[in-house]
Design a binder for this molecule. Structure first.
Ligand SMILES: [Zn+2]
Length: 405
């Protein structure tokens, strides 16, 4: 399923090809977030045109609406959505637990992955807060964010749901702890995640080859947990890495800061099987891409680039934080494209002034045009990163982008 094509000499960076039943993915690659089986505002043809290689849809959301039993008879996610390329599905564990942890700790993990050093004052810092999740060894019972109805995910049911959805890469149910959970709780959760991983492998094996599912050639990745605790991350990498998964995802709380996230990668990646792909869940700021590739990550997914686009922030290499905000008045008469070096549809057809107008007017067209640019920007950046790995210039390319690798 994964073939390494080049290894950097001075870091863990590598290039490779991930082969799926719906095409190849050249890595390192950015995975577009298609939570509801669509990249928000952009149709599949445009994604193909801009060179996006792979998307990740969300089991939690699609299970609640429209339901895997609606999608499976329509040919699975690929036929249902019209995106015929490589596809992943997240297990839904992150959503189940992040919504719970958000209640419990007063931090939205989706909105703020790194909440800072301290729990917000007046909040409880460990278990016992009012949560949307009830957890047992069997699985997690949670309430729908849509209608409050009660659902249960077990390691087995999450595999069955993803078999019906039919993505090429699927993930087992894991318990995502909050960055504010202590060592004892994080350890307990990690051990449960390991037991759930074994049950997921068993369930996956039983269902493997069942012709009633839309995609017989799925690959199951394992998920390494352990919060920002070195001993736990190492233990989790050894345990999950010792199980025969097609690839390995690094998930859960990556700490309270970006430095802690980089430590997590330094502890974890060397202990995972070197010949399998490694996915970093939920990370994708430009400086993070370089740092993670440098540490041996092959694929990433992150909702930020498309969410930023919809809010009017579009990527530009030489701008502060690599982005400009199109609402800014200084663009009112700016006839230039967002990025004069960009070959995307948006930059070939529209000026900053027009895009600013669409953005301020709240026009739907704006969401599409801005998203196309941000995705194309990342596709080109990843292509540049792959070339830099192959010719040994990753460090100098990172420096040119103004990021430490
Ligand atoms: Zn562009």
């Amino acid at each position: 399923m994964y073939r390494i094509t080049h290894r950097a000499k001075d870091s863990r960076a590598r290039t490779g090809v991930l082969t799926t039943a719906h095409g190849d993915v050249r890595t390192p690659a950015f995975v577009g977030v298609a939570t509801q089986a669509t990249i928000k505002a952009v149709e599949p043809d445009a994604l193909v045109a801009l060179g996006l290689q792979i998307v990740i849809a969300n089991t939690y959301h699609l299970h609640l609406r429209p339901g895997e039993d609606a999608i499976a008879p329509l040919g699975g996610l690929h036929r249902f959505s019209g995106w015929d390329g490589p596809t992943m599905t997240d297990s839904g564990g992150f959503q189940v637990f992040s919504l719970g942890a958000g209640k419990e700790h007063g931090v939205g993990k989706v909105a703020s992955i790194f909440p800072g050093a301290q729990p917000p004052s007046g909040r409880r810092s460990s278990d016992g807060g009012r949560s949307l999740v009830r957890l047992a060894e069997q699985g997690a019972e949670f309430r729908s964010i849509f209608d409050g109805s009660t659902h249960t995910f077990t390691p087995e049911s999450v595999i069955t749901i993803q078999r019906k959805l039919g993505a090429d890469v699927i993930l087992p149910l894991d318990e995502c702890t909050s960055p504010l959970h202590d060592h004892a709780y994080t350890k307990q959760a990690m051990e449960r995640t390991h037991r759930w991983a074994r049950r997921a492998v068993a369930a996956f094996g039983v269902l493997d080859g069942d012709p009633s599912f839309p995609n017989p050639e799925q690959g199951l990745y394992g998920i390494v947990q352990g919060g920002a605790y070195r001993d736990l991350r190492e233990e989790s990498a050894r345990v999950i890495g010792g199980m025969d998964f097609r690839g390995y995802a690094i998930g859960g709380s990556l700490g309270r800061s970006k430095e802690e996230m980089l430590h997590v990668l330094d502890w974890t990646v060397p202990l995972l099987p070197a010949d399998r792909p490694r996915h970093l869940l939920g990370i994708g700021e430009i400086e993070d891409l370089f740092a993670a590739v440098h540490r041996g990550i092959d694929t990433f997914d992150c909702a930020a680039p498309t969410r930023l686009a919809r809010n009017g922030s579009v990527f530009l290499k030489d701008a502060p934080r690599h982005r400009i905000h199109l609402r800014n008045a200084r663009f009112a008469r700016d006839d230039r494209p967002i990025d004069e070096t960009c070959d995307c549809f948006t930059c070939r057809h529209h000026s900053r002034a027009y895009l600013r107008h669409l953005c301020r007017a709240g026009e739907f067209t704006f969401y599409r045009l801005a998203t196309i640019h941000n995705l194309r920007f990342l596709v080109r950046l990843m292509s540049e990163i792959r070339a830099a790995i192959e010719n040994g210039s990753l460090a100098s390319v990172a420096a040119e982008w103004g990021v430490a690798d």
